[in-house]
Design a protein around this ligand. Sequence first.
Ligand SMILES: CC(C)(COP(=O)(O)OP(=O)(O)OC[C@H]1O[C@@H](n2cnc3c(N)ncnc32)[C@H](O)[C@@H]1OP(=O)(O)O)[C@@H](O)C(=O)NCCC(=O)NCCS
Length: 356
Amino acid sequence: MTTASGPDSVIAVTTGTGVGGRLRSPEAETEMTGVLGFGGYVPDRVMTNADWAEVVDTTDEWITTRTGIKERRFAADDEATLDLAAHAAERAMQDAGIGPADIGEIIVATDTPEVYTPDTASFLQHRLGCGNVPAYDLGGSGCAGFVQGLDVARARIAFAPRNVLVVGVELISRLISWKERETCVLFGDGAGAVVLGPDAGHAELLDVVAGTDGSMTGILTLSTGGTRDPFTIETAKSGAHQHLEMNGREVFKQAVTRMSAAVLEVLDRVDRSVADVALVVPHQANKRIIDAVTRRLGVDDGVTFVNVDYFGNTGSASVPLGLWQAREQGRVANGDLVILTAFGAGFHWAAAAIQF
Ligand SMILES: CC(C)(COP(=O)(O)OP(=O)(O)OC[C@H]1O[C@@H](n2cnc3c(N)ncnc32)[C@H](O)[C@@H]1OP(=O)(O)O)[C@@H](O)C(=O)NCCC(=O)NCCS
């Protein structure tokens, strides 16, 4: 066995250690991606619109009419990103009926990591007690990161069957400005997770589509803190490191167009139509965006899952959290076709088709 540094080297090394339980040779390629388990977690602390009105110049009426958000959850002072991720991951593993030794790879989608480096996935691997399996973050992918992670995971499973834990987690409340009313009222903290694998589970991940328009990096960006504009005492004093630049109207327009188109594209790929869809779980950024996507797709209101009123925009956690909650609430039955769709800073978009 070689340990060459090509794309296959991770597989070669981990196969040799026998960790991850489900690793087999690339010859054993599979078309099946099962969704074995679902998990979600939100912190206990509730921050209502009235609470925000005591911090910035806003009202419940403005936030409700513009976004549909009534409240959101914020992490406790002693919680960090890893804690949220671990709770959701443990629930997903429990739902899958597997233990940490059965996880063969970990992908964490987050823009609000545990620390700057190394990635949250490394911390999560150790916290859960998994083997020394590949673990990495999809960072900076905005709110589309989790669905993009599904796309990566299914390719990895097809290449060499193993169980992949995919987590979307965000602890946004600690990293954005509490002074900028244009953005601070929109977000909440949370985590969601799934375990994917080569076996039939609760559902099958039929297909995923994803895309990026890199000409639109400027419409949603937190640009201070990288090499272009490093973090300094001056930026800290001015609060620039917490300043989320957002062209709300352009983001709104792109979100509706891209999420709707991604849904139609993934349906086309799996040879199904909008009429076949039992539930759409869109990224929960704004109720008006969700309503516009619902109208554009021509589905009934009840087909589109909404929890933005209670959780706000939880970034990469939003879609897996919604999926987990929908299933917990009995909104998903065997035989249902469920479509996930998301957008985020990048500008990224993605959609996935799941058959229960
Ligand atoms: C941000 C968003 C809610 C703003 O809604 P909108 O209908 O475009 O808002 P409007 O442009 O009509 O209103 C803006 C006005 O409200 C004010 N405003 C902004 N935030 C406010 C708040 N929290 N409370 C009260 N007033 C506020 C602005 O200062 C501005 O005032 P002005 O007209 O006097 O300049 C909406 O554009 C949006 O949701 N866009 C998508 C954002 C998103 O999804 N981001 C996350 C991506 S993952």
